[in-house]
Design a protein around this ligand. Structure first.
Ligand code: SF4
Length: 316
């Protein structure tokens, strides 16, 4: 890979001792595996807004839509300090060219989903979002974001990492003076990948590109980007992948023998019945694409949306 993809991350996940108790939450999947592809930009909102290590724990309290950040025991209010930091930090991050952000779960500053918000009675509801995570999502609504805990789920991990690589390709496309012809090419290469996530978006985006000549360039690109990231955020289910696999198989109809076709259909069926991972039929498909030089398929990102070494399609 020419250049690593820039990804923001909660600092404690890299092993930096920035937590309230002087510890960290090092996750080796990030530093030992993803670090080969991603350049991590670490952020610890609590330390960077000026709080010490160690420090008193904090929690969100009050209105879940507009919570306060208070220390848990002494109720010192750090809301304004944190919100000032968040506003400045998201401005700085505009220059970091991030393609994703990975958050530490449950934190009143960094948690993305179901963070506890305490009511007046002292009861907590898991309905909040950490203040920094909220500021980042508001500023970069299309940026792929996830929590480290959810990335232990193979399907969520695959979806998230796939979105990161695709967002990176899109950003490279935007940097290289995009024109209408290049957009058609980008869309053509991503068609099957999009189809595996959302046939509805694929059709909508096809129409958008077809009518694109009549739209101002900027509006076309903004609209395309919105649909691209919306589509990829939807799960690529087994059923949708099977649909794409049959679509791929259709291209070899006249190129492979009856036995070869039967073998391919059997592998697709095994995948459809959760007896084999997606990588199994896809390996054979890729072999036929190379062997028969099927030009339309050779450039399809669906065949390699992320590096094979990450083994994201090897789960059943
Ligand atoms: S969860 Fe966020 S605020 Fe807490 S230590 Fe980690 S990076 Fe810092």
């Amino acid at each position: 890979m020419e250049q690593k993809i820039r990804v923001g991350i909660s600092s404690c996940l890299l092993g930096n001792p920035v937590r309230y108790d002087g510890g960290h939450k090092h996750d080796r999947y990030f530093t030992d595996i993803l670090a080969d592809y991603f350049h991590f930009v670490a952020v610890c909102p609590e330390v960077e807004c000026g709080l010490p290590v160690p420090r008193e724990t904090m929690r969100l309290t009050g209105d879940p839509e507009n919570p306060k950040l208070l220390t848990s025991r002494s109720s010192i209010d750090h809301t304004d300090r944190m919100l000032r930091f968040c506003a400045e930090k998201v401005r700085q991050l505009e220059n970091e060219n991030l393609c994703a952000f990975i958050f530490k779960k449950d934190s009143p500053s960094s948690g993305l989903h179901r963070v506890k918000v305490y009511g007046e009675s002292g009861q907590a509801q898991k309905i909040g979002r950490g203040l920094f995570a909220a500021a980042l999502v508001n500023r970069f609504p299309l940026l792929p974001v996830e929590e480290e805990g959810r990335l232990h789920d193979a399907n969520l991990r695959e979806n998230f990492i796939e979105r990161i690589f695709c967002y990176n390709r899109w950003k490279i496309f935007l940097r290289e003076n995009p024109d209408y012809k290049k957009l058609i090419d980008f869309h053509t290469r991503h068609k099957l990948q999009l189809l595996a996530h959302s046939p509805k978006h694929t059709s909508k985006m096809g129409k958008l590109v077809a009518a694109g000549k009549t739209l101002p360039g900027e509006e076309l690109l903004e609209n395309y980007e919105l649909n691209l990231m919306e589509a990829l955020a939807l799960k690529a289910t087994v059923k949708k992948n099977v649909n794409v696999l049959y679509h791929l198989a259709g291209h070899f109809k006249k190129l492979i023998t009856g036995d070869e076709k039967a073998e391919l259909i059997e592998l697709i069926d095994n995948y459809a019945h959760h007896l084999a991972p997606l990588v199994v039929p896809l390996t054979l498909v890729s072999h036929y694409v190379r062997k028969h030089e099927v030009s339309y398929l050779q450039n399809q990102t669906y065949l390699e949306p992320h590096p094979a070494e990450l083994m994201l399609r090897n789960h059943v």
